[in-house]
Design a protein around this ligand. Structure first.
Ligand code: GLU
Length: 487
C-alpha cells in the first residue's frame, strides 16, 4: 500500500505553529515511505473563512522548504483539493447514505431545536438531538427535499454499540454510540460538515494515515461509523497532543507570545531551527538504535524523515519553551556556513527589514564572521551589523566605572588618535601585535589598565561596551571612519 498523508487546514486566519507539527509528521511519514504528502483546503465552515489564508498556508510551506505533492496549486489525480469545489461529490455520497438508511433528512426548525435543548436541560440532561426525524417517512422526506424545503442530513447512529479506534499515538480508544448524537452531515446551506467531508475526501484521495489534533478525538467514533456505513477502510489515525503554554497551563495561545508561523519568520527564526524545535515537541527518536548515539537534539529535516517512526511519537503534552527555540536558532546561526547565512539574512532583510545597507553590502560575509556567534536571530544579526554601517548615535556606557580613563579621556583619545594615524592609510598593517603594543603604552602612561584603553575605542566605534572582535571590526571600518568615530 502506498503511504499518502495529508494536512487539512481550515483557512481561518493564520498558520498556527501547532499546525506545523501535523505538517511535519505527515510529511515525514509520507517521504520516508516514498509516498505523497497532500494539502487539502477545508473551507466548508463559511462563517470562519478568512480570505487570504490559503496563500499563507502555501507560502509557509515554501518558507519551510516542505514540498507538497498534491494540492490546489500542485495538482494531482484526486482533486479538486479544496472542499468548496467538491460540493457535488458530498451531495452524492450523502444521498447514498440516506438511501442505505444510514442517514436521514431532517427538517427541524431552529425553534424546535431550541425547545429540545431547553427541555432536556430543564430535566438535567445533556442537550442532544432527540431523533425527531429519525423514523420520519422516507417518501415524505424526499418530497419535501425536492420541493425545495430547507433540510439537513443526519447520521443515523446505532444505539448501544462500542466503537474501538486504534490510534497511532494514543493507543486503543473505546467509545459508546450512546454518547453520540445523530450528527449533521450536510448543513442547511448545502455544505457538508467536517464529519462527512473528511471521510469522503480522505477515502477518495486514498489517504493512508491521518495526523490531527487531540481536539478531534471525540469525533473519531463518528468517523469510524461513517467509514463502516460506506463500506470503506478507515485510514490509520494519530491524534497529536496539544502544545501547552510555557507555564504548562492551557493550550498554546496568543496571550503568551507569538503563535503564528509568520511571526516567527518575522522575528528572524531560521526554518531549520523552527522545524527542529517543533518535531522534538512530540517525537523522541530512538537514535541509539540507528546511530548508536544517546543524546542528540540537532536534527535536519532529512534526518528526521529518515528516522521517523510513528511509535516514537509521544502521548504527553509538550510545553512551548521559547528559550529552547531561541537556543536552537542560535545553534543554527552559529554553525551555518557564512555564505548561506548571508543569503538567508539578505532574504530576510528584503522581506521584513528592508535595510538598504544590508541589501547592498557585498562584503557582508566578513562582517557576519565576526558577529554570528553572538546573535540569536536574524533580526539580532542585522542589529549587530548596524555599527558597521552607521556610527552609533548614542553611547551606552558609563565612563565613571573607569576612573583613570575618565580623568584623562581627552588626552587618552589624542594618544589613541596618534597611534591610529601612525598606521598605514589602507589599514592593512593593523596587526594584533601593533595594536597591543601601542595600546599598552598608552595605558601605562595614564596608569590605566590596557583593557580600559581598548574600551574607549570599543565604545567609540560601537556605542557599547561589548563588540565583536575589536581589531577585525576596526579593520573593516577602516582608518578614516575609526578616527571620525573616535573624535
Ligand atoms: N480542518 C481541520 C482543522 O483545521 C482538520 C482536521 C483534520 O486534520 O482532520 O483543524
Amino acid at each position: 500500500m502506498s503511504i499518502r498523508t495529508r494536512f487539512a487546514p481550515s483557512p481561518t486566519g493564520y498558520f498556527h505553529i501547532a499546525g506545523l507539527q501535523k505538517v511535519l509528521y505527515s510529511y515525514a511519514l509520507a517521504k520516508k515511505n516514498n509516498g505523497q504528502y497532500i494539502v487539502r483546503i477545508e473551507d466548508t465552515d463559511r462563517n470562519r473563512y478568512v480570505e487570504g489564508t490559503e496563500d499563507v498556508i502555501f507560502e509557509s510551506h515554501k518558507l519551510m522548504g516542505i514540498d507538497i505533492d498534491e494540492s490546489i496549486h500542485d495538482g494531482g489525480d484526486y482533486g479538486p483539493y479544496r472542499q468548496s469545489d467538491r460540493l457535488d461529490i458530498y451531495k452524492k455520497y450523502a444521498q447514498e447514505l440516506v438511501e442505505k438508511d444510514f442517514a436521514y433528512y431532517a427538517f427541524e426548525t431552529k425553534e424546535e431545536l431550541d425547545e429540545m435543548r431547553k427541555s432536556q436541560m430543564d430535566e438535567g440532561h445533556r442537550p442532544r438531538y432527540n431523533g425527531l426525524y429519525r423514523e420520519y417517512d422516507k417518501e415524505e422526506a424526499k418530497k419535501r427535499v425536492e420541493a425545495g424545503e430547507e433540510y439537513v442530513v443526519r447520521l443515523k447512529v446505532p444505539a448501544h454499540r462500542e466503537i474501538v479506534v486504534e490510534d497511532m499515538i494514543m493507543g486503543q480508544m473505546k467509545f459508546s454510540t450512546d454518547d453520540l448524537d445523530d450528527y449533521i452531515l450536510v448543513k442547511s446551506d448545502g455544505y457538508p460538515t467536517y464529519h462527512l467531508a473528511v471521510v469522503i475526501d480522505d477515502h477518495l484521495m486514498k489517504i493512508s494515515h491521518i495526523f490531527r489534533g487531540v481536539e478531534w478525538i471525540a469525533t473519531s467514533p463518528i468517523m469510524k461509523l461513517t467509514y463502516e456505513f460506506f463500506g470503506w477502510e478507515m485510514p490509520q489515525i494519530g491524534h497529536v497532543p496539544n502544545i501547552l503554554n510555557p507555564n504548562g497551563q492551557g493550550k498554546l495561545s496568543k496571550r503568551n507570545g507569538s503563535v503564528a508561523l509568520s511571526e516567527f519568520f518575522e522575528e528572524g527564526y531560521l526554518k531549520e531551527a523552527i522545524i527542529n524545535f517543533i518535531i522534538l515537541l512530540g517525537w523522541s527518536p530512538s537514535i541509539e538504535r540507528v546511530h548508536g548515539e544517546k543524546e542528540r537534539e540537532i536534527f535536519s529535516i532529512e534526518e528526521f524523515v529518515d528516522l521517523f517512526e510513528t511509535k516514537d511519537l509521544n502521548k504527553s503534552n509538550p510545553k512551548f519553551n521559547r528559550e529552547k527555540l531561541l537556543w536552537f536558532n542560535k545553534e543554527y546561526i552559529k554553525n551555518f556556513d557564512t555564505k548561506d547565512l548571508a543569503d538567508r539574512l539578505k532574504e530576510w532583510n528584503s522581506r521584513y527589514l528592508k535595510n538598504a545597507d544590508i541589501e547592498s553590502d557585498d562584503s557582508i560575509e566578513v562582517k557576519l564572521e565576526l558577529v554570528k556567534e553572538r546573535s540569536q536571530t536574524l533580526k539580532e544579526l542585522a542589529e549587530s551589523l548596524e555599527f558597521f554601517y552607521n556610527a552609533p548615535n548614542k553611547i551606552e556606557w558609563n565612563i565613571k566605572q573607569l576612573k583613570n580613563v575618565q580623568k584623562n579621556l581627552e588626552d587618552m583619545k589624542a594618544e589613541i588618535k596618534k597611534l591610529i594615524e601612525s598606521f598605514d592609510d589602507d589599514s592593512k598593517d593593523w596587526t594584533h601585535e601593533k595594536w597591543e603594543e601601542g595600546m599598552r603604552a598608552i595605558g601605562d602612561r595614564f596608569e590605566a589598565k590596557h583593557g580600559d584603553v581598548f574600551m574607549v575605542l570599543r565604545v567609540a566605534i560601537t556605542g557599547e561596551p561589548f563588540s565583536p572582535p575589536l581589531f577585525e571590526s576596526l579593520q573593516i571600518l577602516g582608518k578614516e571612519e575609526v578616527l571620525k568615530r573616535l573624535s
